[in-house]
Design a protein. Sequence first.
Lengths: 758, 159
Amino acid sequence: MTAPAKFVGRSVPRLEDRLLLLGQGRFAADINFPGQWTMRVVRSPVAHGKILSIDAHAALALPGVHAVWTHRDVAHLPPIPFRLTGLKTLEPYRQPVLANEFVRYVGEPVAVVFAENAYLAEDAADLIEVSIEERRATLLATEHPDLYEHPYEKLTTEASVLQKAYGDIDAAFRGAHAVVALELSIGRHSGVPLETRGAIARYDEARDVLELHGAAKVPHWNRDTLAQMLGRTRASVQLYEGHVGGGFGIRGEIYPEDVLVGAAALFFRKAIKWIEDRREHLIAANHSREQTHRVRAAIDAQGRILGIDDEFFHDNGAYMRTHAATVPDLAAAMLPGPYRVPAYRAVGHIRLTNKTPCGTYRAPGRYESTFVRERLLDAIATKVGVDKAEIRRRNLIGKSAMPYALGLDTLGTKIVYDSGDYSGLLDKALALADWQNLQQELHRRRQSGEKVGAGLAMFVEKSGLGPFDTVRIEVKSDGSVEVVTGVASIGQGVETAMAQICADALGVNYSDIKVIHGQTARIDKGMGAFASRVTVMCGEATRMAAAKLRDHLLLLAAELMQSKKDDLDIRDGQIVRLKSSSGPSMPLAELARQHPLTAEATFESSHMVYPYGVHIAVARVDADTGGVTVERYAIAYDVGRAVNPKLVEGQIAGGLAQGIGGALLEEFLYDDAGEPLSVTFADYLMPTAREVPELSILVTEDAPSPLNTLGLKGAGEGGANPVGAAIASAIDDALQCPGAITRLPVTPQRLKALLAVR
Amino acid sequence: MTDKTNITLTINGRTHAVAVEPRRTLADAIREDCGQTGTHIGCEHGVCGACTVLVDGEPVRSCLMFAVQANGKKIRTVEGLADGDTLHPMQQAFMDHHGLQCGFCTPGFLMLAVGVLEREPDMSDEDLLDVLSSNLCRCTGYQNIIKAVRAAAKEMRGK
């Protein structure tokens, strides 16, 4: 008898790939229904103003144009509610489905056209005349707050101020040997998936069900919310996730367009299809990241941190969308990172400006606050005259301090680093990058005139947000296995990873397993895919359900095979006898034809799990052009347990590319009137194969999480988290000018300006 | 502008007689009029390359070509790459090297790489990198795409 196949820990090929490679994926734009109408959104051309009139006569006169809606037609719909971190004080700033009286950013939906097809709908949208009395646009979150015009409340552009603190911060600064103070800014950029958003709604009168296709990320929450907004029961609204062309945090939240197609399908009794174009995406889908921090550290003579005091300004754009205070909250909560910070205070000003509203983007809040913290560590190193690695080693939280309660909370959980060996990973990362020899090599190159240097950044990530995940597993009559989950797939390989976990726990081949996700009709509750939660939460629930089902199967089989349960095992989809090799085995299919074979399990967790990592970048500056080339890059990341190492590495590599975008290339820029300047891929520059360097990745499993059986931690965001910090550190080194980089992205123009004043 | 013209598009060896407005893009015609949705539209201004197809053997951004311009020409899309159940070496290499995640940009990369390597099988790694940098991927960070294309190039040369 052969040993049972083990799938967890192996880089098996993805179950998702074949369909996608054959061109048989079903993305939002691929979905069509007979007789559907196309929806086109008319968007505000000005950043801030009062709507005087909207004239749709010419549009409605076009043959094939069915209707035009403005706010009046949807006035009964509430603004879009918060999904996470929803503070009461933020509620007046929620976004209406269509602009009501005021427009607050270029791109805000003011009307929608329904027409026979996309070409006609676009023609009609061009004919709609929107007359707006322009107001001054607020474009800087660091300015004194302005008045925020509202129909019935007196508001300012400072929506809220959040505070997070522990320890005696004033005493820390009073007793400090020295204080290091910096002002640092992170530019406005975002996930920008290759597939734009899309939503297709269809009302099935016979079943009285509103179907929404093109769902992603959090289908169950969106079902519940859309049902509430549209005044329907949960069961009469169903969401269907097809293939999703990238998520990164921004895709799959409820946006005005999702509500509009649903409301229109109900009203007109027609299937309504909306597919975003790229310009729309760049001005209408969630932006992210833009923050300015004024941070100070109190240190002792050896550069040990005594306290960190941070005041920051978060530019959330024109409205508070579904994420509410999530991004600034995470920035404040995760800023201390892997270091011992005895006293801490963060004050975050959540400000509204006349730009596209914001939400989360891969490593939300952490890309920002890791940049701030790691710039601070580099500045402390300079202050006390030790190197970048040594200053970090002096401040890292020790392995013996785990689990480590930080004394802060976020996303409704207390932050407790569950496990970690931070200095151990630092050593491994330095070895991976050959740090000592690298320093000498770079020194030699600088001697011969090159501007080249190395940067280092460390971080703690969070992952596996609860509170629960439920999984139901069934063995079908043909012996195949179906795993029904409440999570979602945004391209990260959920089907493969869940199948691997189920395969091991149940005793079947992973390729015989079909994993269902994103289908509200198939499972009543689900949490979706965000916060690097799927592999951890759904993975553990899958293991639990599979173990339960295995027990059930063996009990049934024992009776039929006249054996003891403990003498049987399931291997490669067969129930086999352990003791005697003579007796026949039984295929699962045979058992499934006689009994319903299904089990369900729920995994609950009130704490997140915390992976951690080290990034090392080598960058070269071209003094003539101001261009930065990232020559080499090394990442060490501890994920507790890697279900599929190749997929984990894929997540890390993809995150790095996005991190490089935010560090050097990508930025949503505006002119003085609030007109967006980054509205095509010729203006908003994403990294190509030319800008992403060769990468050494070390995935370690030194600190399995004690909070789930397999020891899993999430892998989705560690590739992106510290990239801005590591590259800034490398550029400083290349210029031999510590602290030179205070703002991301480091564009050629900014770097040229920096070189000119030096 | 809305008057329709009768044209014939030959996609993966099959002819489609369709009536299109002069302004209709080839991408829309392939997807909507001929039902071949494997070709994806990512930007509609010729930068991302997700809509890349081969027209008479040349990689073309199908969002930047009008359908009428492709009248009578031979078009190849991702749906035509595999030979029955056997994946094209380029498709197989993308699977082997984890060259795709969400899969949205993948058809464009496949067609770009296949088109270029069929014309120039001995292209240097450096030139290949230049070619691949003309399409955008947001998930993989490119390294696995580069590995996959180089591996497939070797495989294609061997045949």
